[in-house]
Design a binder for this molecule. Sequence first.
Ligand code: NAP
Length: 245
Amino acid sequence: MSTATLGIIGAGMVGVGVARRAVDAGLDVVLGNSRGPGTLTDLVAELGGRARAATPAEVARAADLVVAAVPLAAHERLPRAELAGKTVIDPMNYAPKPDWSVPELDRDELTSSELVQRHLDGAPVVKALHCIGPKQLLNLFRPAGAPDRTALPLSGDDLAAKDEVAELLDVLGFDAVDLGTLAESWRSEPNTPLYAIPYVGQPPAGLTGPDFVAWIQNAPGTPLSAARVKDLAAAAVRGPAGFRL
Ligand SMILES: NC(=O)c1ccc[n+]([C@@H]2O[C@H](COP(=O)([O-])OP(=O)(O)OC[C@H]3O[C@@H](n4cnc5c(N)ncnc54)[C@H](OP(=O)(O)O)[C@@H]3O)[C@@H](O)[C@H]2O)c1
């Protein structure tokens, strides 16, 4: 296994979910957030001996592969110099707000992962782990070859980095489907058929706003095959970017 130590920058819902799955799968994890390692003491104790906390720069230096589990609005604060040469998984989804948006994304000139790659110009970025929530990640993992193993999309411009991420997903209990380049990663962004819903099933009619999000976040999860991932990606039509409540 080439990823022995997984770095996770961002210790919120996604970072913690990935950390739990990774530790259970036998990986060492090193986690960081914006407030400092001291704020992660309880989490690290709960995760056990395979986990430790560090600053984001230390996470980048220590890890074989890094998950950047921060809000997209914080991507320019990722430690670019320390991440140079490391494969970075980008699970970030664009969610414009009244006080923050990115005109190039609003105009569909870039995908959000191209934006992240522009900042991390020395590190191959692979879009992955963005279509599935932490609860489903912790429920749907299966051994390789299981008939109900779930597949996750990935996109990137560097083939070796994509292989590395596919290998990590396999260790975590998932198949990978390569959707192509970062420019093509809009096929799995919010507002496409592949985003979130296929991994949870159809939400009850009438749910909107925070209730809709809460239902998705708490759903146990629905297995999704690689063939279905390919079909849903092929059916995508590019519309306005960004998840809006
Ligand atoms: N939640 C989901 O179901 C889901 C699913 C798929 C993808 N995503 C995407 O995954 C990303 C993380 O989502 P989330 O729900 O985990 O968010 P979250 O719960 O709000 O956690 C965000 C984490 O990022 C950290 N952070 C913020 N700025 C940072 C910086 N400059 N350096 C280091 N750490 C920083 C925060 O640390 P502090 O608290 O110390 O600031 C916090 O630990 C988002 O881009 C989201 O779009 C979310």
